[in-house]
Design a protein around this ligand. Structure first.
Ligand SMILES: Nc1ncnc2c1ncn2[C@@H]1O[C@H](COP(=O)(O)OP(=O)(O)O)[C@@H](O)[C@H]1O
Ligand SMILES: [Mg+2]
Length: 308
């Protein structure tokens, strides 16, 4: 029972490229594997699969293309990494976000990912807000959004999460014949004097009271975990708590701020040298910060902010 609650499929997203999604995916994977857990990393980045480099490996020959084009089961595409207990499935140019991937193929991929659930599965989503990327984010048990303390990254991450929530609500109301109404109200939101997704949801609840339970359930189930990367001072950390309030106010969802990683030249240097920081520098501050938010994510805990 506890096993089920644990939620072993994690997706690392957040809209903008360059925020550190791939670094986080590789580092969290190494952290879990070193703690003795079985881990599978899946790279579904849009045409830019590079997770293998972050693990110091050359590009694996087998990739998700073999799954989509030849129907080779996902479990057979996994390659061993240098880290005990950890395997990798890589993406490539024919990636998830490419329009050539049909809806049925996407569902098949999700079914196969769910079957890997005996181990921890960490999915590196890549940038952008393509529907395929959002759907992969939505299928994960734990949805992690990474951002940097700078305005474009904050905005992109907010829009990514907002689009994901809208898509989720739309999908769940579709089953009740409300898809067109939701889309219409959102497109005509000025006419309806709706200023945010939260107001749209409230207005739907007022107009159709029997949707109240469904929408409340969707909102409380929609949990987002925030990680701030490349912080340069303690002031930057406050952005995590601000984002949490913004999500509550404008989307009506509970985001949990689980931790941060400071900016450190050792990070990009370790990637360039193909010597994963979590493996070779596990006592560094960055490695400890990664350990902290990975534990928080495992236990669904918020970051403790010390006011020193
Ligand atoms: N905490 C950090 N400190 C310094 N550089 C970082 C940090 N996190 C990531 N980087 C650098 O930022 C770049 C983008 O990281 P990456 O993980 O590829 O982002 P994404 O996958 O979101 O596009 C990389 O060159 C990486 O070395
Ligand atoms: Mg990346």
């Amino acid at each position: 029972m506890k096993e089920e609650k644990e939620g072993k499929i994690w997706a690392i997203g957040g809209g903008k490229g360059g925020t550190g999604k791939t670094f986080l995916t590789s580092s969290m994977g190494i952290y879990l594997a070193k703690a003795g857990k079985r881990v599978m990393l899946i790279d579904v980045d849009i045409g830019g699969a590079n997770l293998h480099s972050f693990l110091g490996m050359s590009r694996p020959k087998k990739s998700l293309t073999n799954f989509f084009e030849m129907g080779i089961p996902l479990s057979r595409l996994a390659v061993k990494t240098d880290i005990d207990n950890m395997s990798l499935i890589t993406g490539d140019v024919h990636s998830l976000a490419s329009d050539s991937i049909k809806f049925t193929q996407k569902l098949k991929l999700f079914r196969h990912i769910v079957r890997l659930k005996k181990q921890y599965v960490i999915i590196d989503l890549g940038g952008g807000s393509h529907n395929n990327t959002i759907d992969t984010f939505l299928m994960a048990d734990k949805k992690v959004a990474v951002l940097e303390p700078e305005i474009i990254s904050i905005e992109n991450m907010y829009h990514f999460v907002k689009n994901a929530l809208f898509r989720k609500i739309r999908m769940s109301l579709k089953a009740y014949g409300f898809k067109e109404i939701v889309e219409h109200m959102w497109e005509q939101r000025e006419k309806y004097k709706i200023k945010s997704l939260k107001e749209l949801i409230e207005s739907l609840k007022e107009s159709f009271s029997y949707l109240e339970d469904i929408l409340d359930r969707e909102l409380s189930n929609f949990k987002i975990y925030l990680v701030l990367n490349k912080i340069r001072n303690t002031q930057d950390i406050l952005i995590g708590s601000s984002m949490k309030s913004i999500f509550k106010k404008y989307l009506g969802i509970n985001a949990q701020f689980i931790g941060y990683i400071e900016y450190d030249d050792a990070v990009w240097r370790s990637i360039r040298e193909r010597r994963p920081l979590m493996q070779n520098n596990s006592l560094s501050r960055v490695a400890k910060e990664i350990g902290v938010f990975t534990e928080n994510l495992l236990h669904e805990r918020e970051m403790k902010i010390s006011r020193s």
